[in-house]
Design a protein around this ligand. Structure first.
Ligand code: GAR
Length: 225
């Protein structure tokens, strides 16, 4: 039986953003092609000026700004997000450039139902400024990782990685651009996998088609031209 023969009811996903939302856009575009697999029920931004909110509105998706500066603590902010996500009966939370550290309670609540994309080949370069750090270290390759979110920051089990080569004349900007290009291919793919129930988080390990992954999957090399 091929996976395409398996019928599932559409999953309700929420995308959390803080900025430009180019990954959100890639998922919006993908959803238009795979319309019965999932619906983007909600886009939440913690910043009122996030351009991604405009992208969502243009696509007719419900948006919500939960401004973290309105909340006295991380817990109160996360509680409000959790309330909204639960009310919307979300099956999958997709962090797409959401630049807030999440509380343990929030990550536990959505354990196995929350994905993050991070611009490095984890476990290398958790945190910020990943492109700069890869260049400064003299790395010859860099990339991105998509992982299940666990309480450990950028530390959850990795599902898929994509690599890009670092050339001699590489700049932080050109590297970021290359990684972004791969992100826009990789993230919709993993969202689809989740919605097709191909991937699961079991005992803190990624299970892909019923098999525990021994190492992250690798996106086949793509050429930009
Ligand atoms: C992406 O490159 C994503 O990997 C990164 O933020 C960017 C968001 O871009 N995420 C992180 O650094 C999370 N630690 P976008 O707003 O254009 O999708």
């Amino acid at each position: 039986m091929t996976d395409s023969t398996v019928q599932h009811s559409p999953k309700k996903i929420a995308v959390l953003i803080s900025g430009n939302g180019s990954n959100l856009q890639a998922i919006i575009d993908d959803q238009a092609k795979t319309s019965d697999l999932y619906v983007i029920a909600l886009v939440i931004s913690n910043r009122p000026d996030a351009y991604g909110l405009e992208r969502a509105k243009k696509a007719g998706i419900a948006t919500l700004c939960i401004d973290h500066t309105d909340y006295a603590s991380r817990e109160e902010f996360d509680t409000q997000m959790q309330l909204q996500l639960d009310q919307a009966k979300i099956d999958l939370v997709v962090l797409a450039g959401f630049m807030r550290i999440l509380t343990q309670g929030f990550t536990q609540h959505f354990l196995g139902k929350m994905l993050n994309i991070h611009p490095s080949l984890l476990p290398k370069y958790t945190g910020l400024h990943t492109h700069k750090r890869a260049l400064e270290a003299g790395d010859t390759e860099h990339g991105l990782s998509i992982h299940f979110v666990t309480p450990e920051l950028d530390g959850g089990p990795v599902i898929l990685q994509a690599k890009v080569a670092i050339e001699n004349d590489e700049t932080e900007q050109s590297l970021q651009q290359k990684v972004h290009q791969q992100e826009h291919i990789a993230y919709p793919l993993v969202v689809r996998w989740f919605c097709e129930e191909r991937i699961q988080l079991i005992d803190n390990r990624v299970v892909y088609f019923g098999q525990q992954l021994q190492q992250p999957l690798l996106l086949a090399e793509q050429t930009s031209d």
